[in-house]
Every structure is written in C-alpha cells, then in structure tokens.
Design a protein. Structure first.
Length: 423
C-alpha cells in the first residue's frame, strides 16, 4: 500500500543480484580490471536498447540516476556547441550564454545539471504546458525566437516521457523538428515513462526517439531493478567519450586493450557492478514477465481513476496516461458515491481545498496503513498515487481508496463543524 513517487519493490531476483554483487566487490572501470562487469554491462545495455526500439547508432552507459545522466548529456551538447570548453572552460572557449528548454513539468535535474556545468540555473527556460501537461510547441518557438533576438544561444531541449507529477508525455516528434531547425541537442528524459515503450500498445511513447541525441531510461523505476540503475544512451557514444576520457599514468597500463573502458564515459572512475543485478532480474522475469507486471499496473491505475469518477467529492486532476493518478478532493456531497461529477471549485475556495488536500495526505500517511504523495498542478494542490510495486494487488488499492474516502469524510466534517473535538 505504498503508492508514493514511482512505486517499486524489492524482488527475490533483485535481492539475489545484490547479494552476489556485494562480495565480488568489482570496480567496473576498465576492461582489464573487470572484464566480466564490462561485458555484462554491454550486454544488458543492448538488451534494453532493443526493447526500447532505439536504432543501433545508439549505445549507452550505466549511471546511478537520471540526474547524473542528463548532466553528462548536456556536457556533450555544450562541448559540441562551444568546442574546446573541456580544455579552456566557457570563458576561454568564448562560449555564448546558452539556453536549455524544458517544460514546466520537467524534472529539477535540468537545473541541477546546468548549475554543475556552469550554464546557470536561470538559463533553463521553463516552457508552459497545455491542458494535458505536455510542452506547448507554440510557446517553445516563441521562447527560442526571443532568445535569438537577445543574443542567447539555444543549446538543448529536454523532452520528458513520463513527467514526475502526472506522467505526461511531451510531443517528441514536434520537438525534434524544432531541434533540427535550430541545430539544438535533443535529450529525452524517459526515466519513468520510457520503460513502457516495451508494451506494443505503448510503442507510440518512442515516436521521435530516433531523432534524439540522447535518451535516459531508469530501469529502477519501471523495469524492476533495485536502486540505483540508470542508462544514458547517446547517438554515437564516442561523442561522450571524447568529452570525458582522461587516462592518468597510474591507469595507463590497464587501458592498452582495444576494449571498452567504461570509466572513459563519465566523471566516475570507481563504478559499481550494477549490470549483474539487472541481468539476474531480466533473466528471471523475462521480457514477457515485465510486460505483464506493467500491464497490471496500468490496469490498476485505470481502475483507481474509475473509482474517483464515481465519487462526486473528488475529481481527476490530470489525464491518466501511465500508472500515475493525480486527483483532488473538491468537497461536494458527502453522501455515498454517485455517478455525478463534481463541479470545479471557485477560485475563492481553492485555498481552503488546497489545505484539505494537504491535510488528507498527511493523515493518510500518518496512519501507517498507506502512503501517497501530493504535488502542485496549475497552482493547486492535488493528491497523487504511483503504481509500480509488484506486491500491490487490486485489494490493496481498494483498501487505500477506502482509507482516502474515510479520511475525506472525517476532514470535511471537521471543516464544516470546527467546534467538534478532534478524535
């Protein structure tokens, strides 16, 4: 009944993978020091590439999280837009002031990467989204044209496939077209949603990926690998190596083979043997097994959305695309559920309803029986659940829904009768 964030779970194969990895204590930095780790990482990266339908021009590297991956991707974009930045720095390379564009629903890792790379937090331009919380293409074009007039240099667009709050999906093909027009780097943040492209009915999620420069997938979100395991794919991985390869003398003897040394593809020298746990889990579940789990989570999300629609005290706050449901308590009748949808609250009532939604989340989580989260959409507080734990059944979901309904009744009653003593 933990439905916070992007729910995931420990599994027997995952535990086994970690148990094997720990005593081996491999440092997966060069092929010579860790040939098995290097070869297995290459294998699982290619399995995932094929599952996602990425062209074979893409190759990848395993990092811990997508936040680290996007920093590496933008570092390559920066180097290609201002050659010699790696050696001389932004000022020495006489680099312009770069702009990076992401929707107002994109992850905060875009800003963090820009801070670390010297691009500047303020140079991340947040593009407004439409009714379905997808990046607005007209707004993106206006921003780029404005920045060009003001002598900024458009560097990259981050398109999200599965945003953190709502799991919305940006229009990647249209974004790719704009990136080609302006010779910008296209980075696809599929950390959460990308994994669902494995399902034939969700292949549309991967539309436009073949036009990208880099793509992030987090198997620790949707493909059942324990934290931490994130894969960055780059079109022509040599572009990444050119930015980060640096071989000191004390490692030169271990890099003489013409094999892949994963230390050359990022800032890390010491690297965990992460590929082993992915290999164990994916061999145990198989592609069909993982697809079955994901389909069940999608079904449960749709079921939960249907339950919300039958209670006129609640409303859906965003379309349900993937196994994330955002909903809002809006008041209305407190009688048994009916099929009548509740009207949207007036602006004056929004603050009170925001407080009620926040209180509900706090009460539910404090109960110890379930866990949900909250977020802000269009400046309004909403409740949110995320499915992904393979131990969560329909009965568990129903129990959480009953807990939500009961908490709503108690809080609404207390709000209407503030003189009532607290229970």
């Amino acid at each position: 009944m933990f439905l916070g964030y992007f729910g995931w779970t420990a599994t027997a194969p995952g535990i086994l993978g970690e148990i094997i990895t720990a005593p081996l204590n491999v440092n997966a930095m060069t092929w010579r020091t860790s040939p098995a780790a290097t070869e297995l990482e290459t294998v699982v990266i290619d399995w995932l590439r094929q599952w996602m339908g990425l062209p074979d021009q893409f190759d990848g590297v395993v990092y811990d999280t997508a936040s680290v991956g996007i920093m590496h991707a933008l570092a390559v974009a920066r180097e290609e837009a201002a050659p010699s930045t790696r050696k001389r720095g932004l000022i020495g390379a006489r680099a312009p002031v770069f702009r990076v564009y992401a929707s107002d629903q994109a992850h905060s890792s875009v800003e963090k990467a820009s801070i670390a790379l010297g691009l500047g937090e303020e140079n991340v331009q947040r593009v407004r989204t439409g009714p379905e919380f997808r990046m607005d293409m007209a707004a993106l074009r206006v921003m780029i044209e404005r920045d060009l007039r003001e002598k900024f240099k458009p560097l990259a667009v981050v398109a999200t496939v599965g945003t953190t709050s709502t799991a919305s999906v940006d229009p990647v093909p249209e974004i790719a077209k704009i990136c080609r027009e302006h010779k910008m780097w296209l980075h696809i943040d599929g950390a959460y949603g990308g994994g669902f492209a494995m399902l034939p009915e969700f292949e549309w999620l991967a539309e436009g990926w073949n036009e990208a420069d880099s793509v992030i997938i987090n198997p620790h979100k949707t493909l059942y690998v324990p934290l931490d395991f994130s894969v960055l794919y780059v079109r022509d991985l040599e572009r990444l190596r050119r930015v980060f390869t640096l071989v000191p003398e004390y490692l030169r003897g271990d890099t003489v083979e013409a094999e892949k040394n994963y230390m050359d593809y990022g800032i890390q020298l010491g690297r965990r043997f992460r590929a082993l746990k992915a290999w164990v889990i994916w061999r145990a579940f198989g592609r069909e097994g993982m697809v079955a789990f994901m389909r069940e989570h999608i079904r449960l999300a749709g079921l939960f959305a249907d339950w919300i629609k039958t209670d006129n005290r609640f409303e859906l706050a965003a379309p349900v695309v993937l196994p994330v449901v955002c909903f809002r308590f809006v008041g209305g009748d407190k009688d048994p559920p009916s099929s009548t949808a509740s009207p949207a609250p007036t602006y004056g009532a929004a603050s009170k309803i925001d407080n009620l939604n926040m209180t509900m989340v706090e009460r539910i989580n404090a109960s110890g029986r379930g866990y949900i989260t909250q977020t802000k959409l269009r400046s309004r507080t909403v409740m949110r659940i995320g499915l992904g734990n393979i131990l969560t059944t329909e009965q568990h979901l129903w129990n959480v829904w009953q807990l939500i309904q009961r908490t709503a009744g108690e809080i609404a009653s207390r709000a209407d009768h503030p003189e009532s003593p607290s229970k």
